[in-house]
Every structure is written in C-alpha cells, then in structure tokens.
Design a protein around this ligand. Structure first.
Ligand SMILES: *[C@@H]1O[C@H](CO)[C@@H](O)[C@H](O)[C@H]1NC(C)=O
Ligand SMILES: *[C@@H]1O[C@H](CO)[C@@H](O)[C@H](O)[C@H]1NC(C)=O
Ligand SMILES: *[C@@H]1O[C@H](CO)[C@@H](O)[C@H](O)[C@H]1NC(C)=O
Ligand SMILES: *[C@@H]1O[C@H](CO)[C@@H](O)[C@H](O)[C@H]1NC(C)=O
Ligand SMILES: *[C@@H]1O[C@H](CO)[C@@H](O)[C@H](O)[C@H]1NC(C)=O
Length: 443
C-alpha cells in the first residue's frame, strides 16, 4: 500500500523532517558502534556493525530480534558494511524477514551462534511457521563466517503429523508446517559460504526466485530420520553454483525444483541423505521446466538415492540437458533413478500427461549399491518416454555379496557409450515415434 500526499505537503514535510531529524542524525552517528573502520587492502574503510552495539545480548535466551532488525537496517543502508554476529555469543531470534534492497557489498558475518525459539510451542502464534530467517529482495549479499546456525528442529520433527511419528507409523492430523531455516527470496548475486548449519525444522536452505547464487563450503547436518530436512533446495532460481559442501541429513542432500536452469554442483558429499534430486516436479498437474544442470565430482554414501529425477504423473514441461559426471556411490539404494510415477500415497491414478525427460548423461558413476534395490531404475512415463539417456563408464557393484540385480527400464530410450556394470540391456534405441510426431515442448 502507498500513500500519495499532495506535492506541496510532501515538500513541506520533507523540509520539516530534515530539521527534525538533523539532531537525531548526528546523535545516531555518535551512538553508532565504535566503528573500527579497518582499511581493507585498497578498498577503503569498511563499516562493521556488531549486533551487540544495537543491544543484542547473546545469552541464548533473550529475544535479540529487535537488535538484529536495527543492525540490519543500519548495515543495509551503508555501502560495503559488515553486519557482525560475534564469536562466543548465542543469539535467539524470532522468525524475521530481512528486506532489501541494500547498498552494495553487504556482508553478514556469522561467527557466533544463531538460533530460533525452541520448537512449535515457543513459536509465537502470530509468526510465520513456514520460515525462520528470510532475506527478501536483497542483492549482492555475502553470508559467511565460522559460526553455527542451530535450527533446533527436534520438537518440530516430533510433531505427530510427521511421517513415522504417529501410532503404528501413521501420520496424525494437526498443524504440520515447520519452518525452513534460511530462505532467500527474490534476491540476486548471493554468496553463502563457510557456515555450519544443523537441525533445521524443515529445509536448511531454500532459494526461490533468485539469480546468481554461489554456495561454497557449507557443512549441513541433521539426523538421518529427521523429516523434510533437505540440505539445499532451489526453485525458480538460475545461475547457481554449489561447491565443496558436506550434507548429512534425513532428506534430499540437494533438491532442484521447477524453474531452475544453469546450475553447477561440484564436490558435494552426501552421507547419509536421500541423494541429489531433480524434483519432485509436476505435482497437481503443474508445468515445470528444468535444464542445464551439472552435478560432478561428488560422493553419495549410505543414502536412499544417488542421483534422482522424480516427477508426478499429470505434469507438463521438461527436464533436459542434465549431466551427472564423476559421482562415487557407496551403499546407495538407488544410485541412478528416474521415477516418473512419484506419489506420496498409494492412490495416485494414472494420468496421460507427463514431463519429458531428455538429454541426460550419466558418466563415470562408480561404486556400490545397497542390494535391497536396483542399481539403475529408469521408470519413464507411459505416454512421454525419456529420450537420449546416455550411459558412459557406469560401474555399480553390490555393497554386499555377489548378486547383481538387473537394471529396470520402462519406456527409456538412449545409448550406452561404454559397457556398463551391470549391463543395461533394457534401454530402447532411437527416438520413439510418439516424441517425433506429437510432442511439443512447452518450456
Ligand atoms: C555482486 O556483489 C558483489 C558484492 O558482494 C559486488 O562486488 C558485485 O559488483 C556484484 N555484482 C553484480 C553483477 O551486481
Ligand atoms: C571438496 O570439499 C571439501 C569439503 O568442503 C574440501 O575439504 C575439499 O578441499 C574440496 N576439494 C576440492 C578439490 O576442492
Ligand atoms: C549452462 O550452465 C552453465 C553454468 O552452470 C553456464 O556456464 C552455461 O553457459 C550454460 N549453458 C547454456 C547453454 O546456457
Ligand atoms: C498405471 O500404469 C502402470 C504402468 O503402465 C501400471 O503398471 C499400473 O497398473 C497402472 N495403474 C492403474 C491404477 O491403472
Ligand atoms: C543427447 O544428449 C547429449 C548429452 O547427454 C548431447 O550432447 C546430445 O546432443 C544429445 N543428442 C541429441 C540428438 O539431442
């Protein structure tokens, strides 16, 4: 909502405001933190705003939200500012939206611990229960430091509505929303590096509607049974680099949702986790387009899946130009899986539309699989076959024993560039007539 004052009033009031604010302005400059203004090599003075200077206590109990908001507002309006969360303090903050745009070069330096209120009963009723810390319309921020973000997720995971928490493994009804720990929304030119984050109530990081994102050296942990604790989730986000990070959790290590393209993932270790996923896509008959995704030089261990593409029946759009290269698997249940029948209940009816999966390269994928599942599972849509799946240097052996289970293919078209272990003889050659004749790419 916006107010429109008559012009003359605006002019008058701004003159008045200047007079009113002048004394406060100089006062607030004096009351600013004892700014050390270090000379960063050749970059001029750097303003450092510690949250302590804005009244944050950092004892892990006091609500430090107001201090963080004030510190944010000040740092955001200062060029090349550092907002410092100092070492050896623990700050409890409520669900907050930090809004931009900010002056360029903002650094959020987290050297201490950040945490939310402990569980759903301590979450104020009026606060959003789907997100904790949100950065909205922020461009050119770097979030970094040697500190810890502790999501205190346990009481959220134990809500009776979560999988496996009800009696006899049933989910019970009740409010089930849980907050994403860190969300970047409609932001660009972001760097997140060096942080440790643990036990998020839901996804640890979620980027949506963002561009130019660089993630490096994150260390993400949550227990193997914690529900929906995806490490890094991106959607409607492009030009993303996710490098050198370690994830250990109870859901997808990295998940790539609708509307993502130009994503480069390198040197990620997932152990344990549900693997690296594209999807799920196409839920409730939605359209999704995902393309130009590369995952390379990574390790997946003790996980339910290795590299997965999952789509719901009834969706539209496509997943194309995806490369999985040089991935080491260890005791992974489904190292290579395409599942176009993704369904969270047993009652998903067969539908006629589906996303088209094409131009997927699996190269140099080696290691062992958990013998409870198949090493390759390519379940493509009945109506829209997967096309141009390429396999090169795929060698997957059982983690225990000598029993080789056969790959499974359904409507999967493509080529083997080299012999594979196990041999994939179920792949169809060429391009099916239905794709050549009727298929229109909606992306
Ligand atoms: C991205 O942000 C950095 C500071 O974090 C800044 O130096 C750079 O100019 C920004 N790039 C663009 C394209 O805005
Ligand atoms: C891969 O990531 C790990 C964990 O961050 C790091 O220790 C290692 O140096 C990285 N390797 C390369 C080649 O960058
Ligand atoms: C694919 O994504 C990479 C970044 O991961 C980018 O460098 C490249 O230009 C993209 N390719 C196309 C055709 O857009
Ligand atoms: C749906 O399609 C699959 C694959 O063709 C088939 O095995 C399954 O029986 C079908 N389910 C129903 C409910 O028709
Ligand atoms: C098949 O996919 C590969 C990458 O996996 C790509 O290089 C090639 O151009 C694709 N072929 C066609 C006919 O699109």
């Amino acid at each position: 909502m916006e107010f429109h004052f008559p012009r003359i009033f605006t002019l008058f009031s701004s003159v008045l405001l200047c007079f009113l604010l002048l004394p406060f302005r100089s006062f607030s400059q004096i009351s600013l933190p004892p700014s050390p203004a270090p000379e960063a090599a050749g970059l001029g003075p750097v303003a450092v705003f510690s949250v302590l200077s804005f009244g944050a206590v950092g004892d892990g109990v006091t609500d430090d939200t107001p201090a963080f908001k004030m510190a944010w507002d000040t740092a955001c309006q200062t060029k090349s500012a550092t907002l410092l969360v100092p070492h050896q303090y623990s700050f409890m903050i409520q669900s907050t939206i930090f809004t931009g745009p900010c002056k360029s070069g903002l650094v959020l330096q987290i050297d201490g611990t950040l945490m939310p209120p402990d569980g759903p009963n301590s979450w104020p009723k009026s606060n959003n229960r789907r997100q904790w810390l949100v950065f909205y319309r922020v461009n050119g921020i770097s979030m970094q430091g040697g500190g810890l973000i502790d999501g205190r997720g346990e009481k959220w995971w134990n809500l009776p509505c979560k999988p496996h928490k009800g009696v006899n493994g049933k989910r019970l009804h009740g409010p089930c929303d849980s907050p994403v720990a860190i969300r970047f929304f409609m932001s660009s030119n972001l760097t997140v590096q060096g942080l440790k984050i643990k036990n998020s109530p839901q996804f640890h990081f979620r980027f949506d509607g963002c561009q130019d994102v660089r993630i490096d050296s994150l260390y993400i942990t949550a227990p193997p049974q914690s529900p929906n604790t995806d490490g890094i989730h991106i959607e409607n986000t492009n030009n993303v680099k996710i490098y050198n990070s370690v994830v250990s959790n109870g859901d997808d290590c990295v998940s790539i949702g609708a509307g993502c393209y130009n994503v480069d993932i390198r040197n990620i270790t997932c152990d344990p986790s549900h693997g690296i996923s594209i999807g799920s896509l196409g839920m409730h008959n939605t359209r999704a387009c995902v393309s130009n995704i590369t995952v390379s030089d990574s390790v997946v261990k003790n996980s339910d899946n290795g590299v997965r593409i999952k789509t719901w029946q009834g969706g539209s759009g496509s997943v194309s130009k995806v490369t999985f290269n040089n991935i080491h698997m260890e005791s992974v249940k489904n190292p290579i899986i395409i599942d176009q029948y993704y369904c969270l209940s047993k009652g998903c009816p067969n539908q006629t539309s589906a996303l088209h999966i094409s131009d997927i390269l699996y190269a140099n994928i080696k290691g062992t699989y958990d013998i409870r599942s198949r090493p390759l599972h390519l379940a493509c849509s009945d109506r829209v076959p997967c096309t141009n799946l390429t396999f090169s240097e795929v060698e997957l052996l059982p983690a225990k024993g000598n029993f080789l289970s056969d790959p499974f293919c359904w409507n999967a078209y493509g080529d083997l560039r080299t012999l594979t272990i196990p041999p994939v003889s179920c792949l169809s050659e060429g391009i099916p007539q239905s794709i050549l004749e009727n298929y229109v790419d909606q992306c």
